[in-house]
Design a protein around this ligand. Structure first.
Ligand code: NAD
Length: 265
């Protein structure tokens, strides 16, 4: 199986932590040069320093930019004008009852979770098509299929990403460029870990593993895994779909959800 990404240039948004960080690390270990994005230069520099320690001979470039608006996408494009692989991972989540979600909240979620990827895909994909090879991946969520009642706005943006990915895949038919969405289920990322620690109410060293299992038991009982996924497990799927080996997979919504979604396929 050909997973070799030597000579490929990848952009992974929101890669200073969580799933994006693990995906960047995996792509770099397969040989790609990876552009690291986060909101600040300091966070990007820190992530690159850590990644260099973890991936022997790995090559990284910094591409800071706040994807909550067009300026951030433009900053990334200025730092990295061309790429062979685009992983639209940056995303925000926040539980809020439907009746409290303001227009501003809706717009912020749409800009950060949907338009960010649209803007970058609009720039990078035509260049991939010209070269006859490319990979565009949108990190959506099982929440795009099972709309979470505690954050409907988040779920809507995750459904929108799947629609964008499918439409774009059909736009680049037969070009050697594939476009897919990856749907993680509950995953113990930096953001989710912080969230759970807060819920533990200031307890020193909360047992996140146990909290994850309890969360799955109480809130995601259809899980076949019985625990949260690790960021590495999700990154494995992302790396595969970015690889030459995944050349016949396009327009797909690939689940890494531990079987939470009760559907065939
Ligand atoms: P995380 O909060 O651990 O990490 C998010 C990363 O994105 C961080 O590096 C952060 O700095 C960056 N980021 C956030 N807002 C940004 C912005 N405006 N501009 C640039 N960078 C920004 O998150 P995660 O849990 O790893 O989630 C990553 C993606 O996976 C998201 O799109 C999320 O919706 C999706 N997802 C996560 C889970 C889960 O359970 N963790 C489940 C399904 C889908």
């Amino acid at each position: 199986m050909d997973l070799n990404l030597k000579g490929r240039r990848a952009v992974v948004t929101g890669s200073t932590g969580g799933i994006g960080y693990a995906a960047a690390r995996e792509l770099a270990s397969l040989g790609a040069t990876v552009a690291i994005n986060g909101r600040t230069q300091t966070r990007v520099d820190a992530a690159i320093a850590k990644l260099k320690g973890e991936v022997k001979g790995g090559t990284f470039v910094g591409a800071p930019g706040d994807l909550g608006g067009a300026d951030g996408a433009n900053a990334i494009i200025r730092a990295v004008p061309d790429a062979d692989i685009l992983v639209n991972n940056a995303g925000i989540f926040e539980p809020k009852p439907f009746f409290d979600i303001s227009d501003e909240d809706w717009m912020r979620f749409f800009e950060t979770n949907v338009l960010s990827g649209v803007r970058l895909a609009r720039h990078y994909t035509p260049k991939m098509v010209k070269r006859g090879w490319g990979r565009v991946v949108f990190i959506s969520s099982e929440s795009g299929l099972h709309i979470p009642v505690e954050m409907i706005h988040y779920g809507v943006t995750k459904t929108a990403q799947i629609a964008v990915a499918r439409g774009l895949a059909e736009t680049v038919t037969g070009t050697g460029v594939t476009v897919n969405s990856v749907l993680p289920g509950p995953t113990m990322s930096e953001g989710v870990g912080d969230f759970m620690s807060k819920m533990a109410g200031g307890v020193a060293n909360p047992d996140l593993e146990k909290m994850g299992r309890d969360f799955i038991r109480d809130h995601r009982p259809t899980s076949l895994l019985g625990r949260m996924a690790t960021i590495e497990e999700v990154a494995n799927m992302i790396a595969y779909v970015c690889s030459p080996a995944a050349s016949a997979t396009s327009g797909a919504a690939l689940r890494v959800d531990g079987g939470v979604v009760r559907a065939i396929p």
